[in-house]
Each structure stands twice: as C-alpha cells, then as structure tokens.
Design a protein around this ligand. Structure first.
Ligand code: KIV
Ligand code: ZN
Length: 467
C-alpha cells in the first residue's frame, strides 16, 4: 500500500510578482488570457495583481475575479487601509477571494525603508490583518524579507497575525539570500514556536538571486510548508521567482524524495510557458529546465544513440508529460550515424550503407562550419549525394522507392535484414545489448526497435566512437 501524499497548494504569482520583472508587464486582456490558461493548468491560487498599484492592475484583478471561478483569486496589499480596501474592491466578486497583506519585518527594512520600530511593526501587521479579516475570510500575511529577519521577532509578528485572523503565513525569501538547509530550519522553527500555527497554512515564496529558489521552496515543503508561491518560466523580480514547472516536476519525477501532490496538469505546462513568452515577448532561455528549447534535445552521438534505443537512457520525464510535442534530436558535429540515418528516414530517405557513410562525411564537415544542421541543409546534402557522378546505383533512395523495392525484392530473395549478422565484438563488459523485440519504456511509451542489421551496426558504431 502506498502512503498518502500531502497536497501542496500551488500559488501562482506570474501575474503579480512575475509581472514585476523587467519587460514582463501585461495589459488586462493579456492577463485575463493567461489567467484562463493558469486555470487550465490547475493552479490552486492565482495572484492576479496589486490593485492599488495602478488602475490597469485594479481592472485586471477585477476582470479575473469575475471570469475565472475555480481557483482562489488573490490580490496584494501593503499593510494599510487604502491598499486593503482597494484590493477588496477588486476581489469582492470572486468566487473565492483572498487578500494578501505584506509588511517588511527585517531590521534593514524597518530602519531604512519603513522607519518604524519593531513594536510599531507588530501593531501595524496586527491591525492590517484584523481589517482585512473584517472584509474577507481568506487572508494571507507575508513578512517581507523574512529570511533576514531576527527569527525571534519573526515568530512574534507571525503569532500576532495568526491571532488577528490570518489563514496563510507566507515566508518570503525576498532577496534570494537563504539556502535550503537554513530555510528548512526556519520553517521548522516557525512550526515549533508560533502559537496557533496548526490552524494555518505555511507557505514559501523564494527568489532566485543565488539560483536556489526551487531548492529552497522544496526544502520548505519538506519541513512542513504546504503552499508554494511560484511563477511560470520562473519570471519575477530581479533573478525571478521559483519556477512552477520545476517545483511540480521535481515532485512528480522524485516522489521518493518529495511525496507530495499538486493539482497541476503537467500536459498544460508547455502551453502556459509558450503563452507567457508570446504575450511578454520575453523568450525562455534555451537550457531552461522542463520547458527550454533544449530541455528534451539531444546532440551528443552517445546520447542520441541511447535515446533512440530507449528514451529512459537520457530522459527522466517524457516531453509529453509536460506538454512538449516531441523530443528533438539536434544534429550537430557531435551527432552520430544512427541519428543521422533516422533523421534522413524522417525526411523520407532511406540510406544504404555507402550512402550513409558518404552523407555522414559531408554532414560532419558542414556541422563543423554551421553548428546545427537543419532539415533543409540535410535535404541539400541528400540531393547532392543522390546524383553521384558515373555511379549506376544511387547511394540514397527516397523512402517510398526504397519500400517498393524492398517489397519486390522480398518475393524474389530473402530480406537482407533477416540474414544473421555476426555479433559485433563487445567494446567492454558493460556494452548494451541491442533490443530486437518491441519495447516500451517505464512511461509505457513504445521505443524504436532496430532489429534491422543496418541499424544495429550503425548504433554499435555510434556507441563505440562516441561521435
Ligand atoms: O518577495 C516578496 O517578499 C514578495 C512579497 C510581497 C510576498 O513578493
Ligand atoms: Zn516576491
């Protein structure tokens, strides 16, 4: 029997903290469009904006509150009456509204930014939550810069706001300063010391200034946080927020370490990422985990060879599981014959042994010059190679012709591939056995079978040469 997994609330702040990142601002129709996609993605909370910040943001939060009815819709407010009133005005018609109040608690922020004492901070936080609670049942409090706040004082503020009616305590690593072990300990301290903590949800809100936002958020979850705040593509202030897709997929791919569930529909991740990029015009870095252009691309010959034999060799999740159409073999100078012959087949050309050798030599020369060989380059190479001077036999046959030839030949003579091939010498004891029967991988996806001797030989060569 499998142990029950704790449910983690996914609080998406793409439309608020994410929108604060340079170049990512969105207008109302764009926000609404993305909010609908976030709904399809299955997030639990959409932080739709900061209503007091501008009339545009107010209208966006209001429009989302009216149109997107399944998730909780949150609006941000500073710990003061006008902000909270404005947030409520925008949120009041939501099916499930939440007011999110924040106030800085670190001495740096109290001294230089807010110019208030610790006692004044506690009082202001408590009053703000009481007021928010008088308008809305669901109230979240964030002590801004929590990770640089004296833990004793942090616990004091948190206790005051729980008593005042906060239902979620969000712990922000506002400046991306903490590290996983430390952040986990902070969550544990809060759980041990704050009176009334059992009746509220602890949340983590991590920024990525040291590249540890996702690791910190996961450490918080392991220590008992049950909500994570995150954004699509990891966008957000400065280096961004913890990326939604990375958190969700870490839990999915490593349930042995993170035995948690979310309501996120994995197959909608790529669409959400693409829509955000399209709306903001900010591209996703190619090597971005989960949704970058290269996240499922394999260029090295050994990798391509392994992928073609069984994707489990180099892929820990399927592209399909996050909505990416298909895995891509990138053809470059590190690619091997195996990948090249498969791509040629995909382009409609079956290469015989000589044809493959010939085109492979030309391909490597070209890849050296232009890095990535695209399909149109390959087609040119194929066309060139297709008319060898003075040769009676074409080196490459268009696939349809080759198939017809094979059918004709099969009635007259045994197929070449059915002839036994001598076992290639083992390169070293761990050399893999090439499967000849239909295979499915651990995701239940069928993987290519290469009983064909030409494939087997090509694969073995790629493996040996590591090209
Ligand atoms: O990073 C931060 O501290 C915030 C708060 C408003 C939650 O975004
Ligand atoms: Zn933030």
């Amino acid at each position: 029997m499998t142990a029950e997994r704790a449910r983690i609330t996914i609080f998406d702040t793409t439309l608020r903290d994410g929108e604060q990142s340079p170049g990512c601002s969105m207008n109302q129709p764009e926000k609404l469009r993305l909010a609908h996609q976030l709904d399809s993605l299955g997030v639990d909370v959409i932080e739709a904006g900061f209503p007091i910040a501008s009339d545009g943001d107010f209208e966006s939060v209001k429009a989302i509150a009216l149109a997107v009815r399944r998730p909780i819709i949150a609006g941000l407010a500073r710990a003061c009456r006008p902000d909270i009133e404005r947030a409520w005005e925008a949120l009041q018609h939501a099916a499930r509204p939440r007011i999110h109040v924040f106030l800085a608690t670190s001495d740096i922020h109290l001294t230089y930014k807010l110019r208030i004492t610790r006692d004044e901070c506690v009082e202001q936080a408590r009053d703000a939550i009481r007021f928010a609670k008088s308008l809305c049942d669901d109230v979240e409090f964030s002590p801004e810069d929590a990770t640089r706040t004296d833990p004793d004082f942090l616990c004091r503020v948190l206790e005051a706001v729980v008593e005042a009616g906060a239902t979620t305590l969000n712990i922000p690593d506002t400046v991306g300063y903490t590290v996983p072990a430390e952040f986990g300990e902070l969550i544990t301290t809060i759980r041990q010391r704050v009176k009334g903590i059992e009746s509220v949800t602890i949340s983590a809100h991590c920024h990525n200034d040291l590249g540890m936002a996702v690791a910190n958020a996961l450490a918080a979850v392991s220590a008992g946080a049950r909500q994570v705040e995150c954004t699509i593509n990891g966008i957000g202030e400065r280096a961004g927020n913890a990326s939604l897709e990375e958190i969700v997929m870490a839990m999915r791919v490593r349930p042995d370490r993170f035995a948690y569930e979310t309501g996120v529909v994995g197959e909608q991740i790529f669409a959400a990422s693409q829509m955000l990029s399209e709306i903001t015009g900010v591209p996703v870095q190619p090597n971005k985990a989960i949704i970058g252009r290269n996240a499922f691309a394999h260029e090295a010959g050994i990798h391509q060879d392994g992928m073609l034999k069984n994707p489990l060799t180099y892929e820990i999740m399927t592209p399909k599981s996050v909505g990416v159409p298909d895995s891509k073999l990138v053809l470059g100078k590190h690619s091997g014959r195996h990948a090249l012959s498969i791509r040629c087949e995909q382009l409609g050309y079956q290469l015989d042994r000589r044809g493959l050798d010939d085109i492979y030599r030309r391909f490597v020369r070209l890849a050296d010059k232009i890095k990535h060989v695209e399909d149109h380059h390959l087609l040119e190479l194929i066309r060139d190679t297709h008319k060898p001077s003075g040769s009676a036999t074409p080196l490459i046959e268009p696939l349809a012709l080759a198939k017809a030839a094979a059918v004709n030949a099969s009635s007259a003579a045994p197929e070449r591939s059915s002839e036994p091939m001598p076992e290639p010498a083992q390169p070293f004891p761990m050399a893999p056995k090439i499967p000849t029967q239909p295979q499915t991988n651990a995701f239940g996806v069928s993987v290519p079978v290469h009983g064909d001797s030409r494939h087997e030989q090509t694969q073995q060569e790629d493996y040996l040469w590591g090209v």
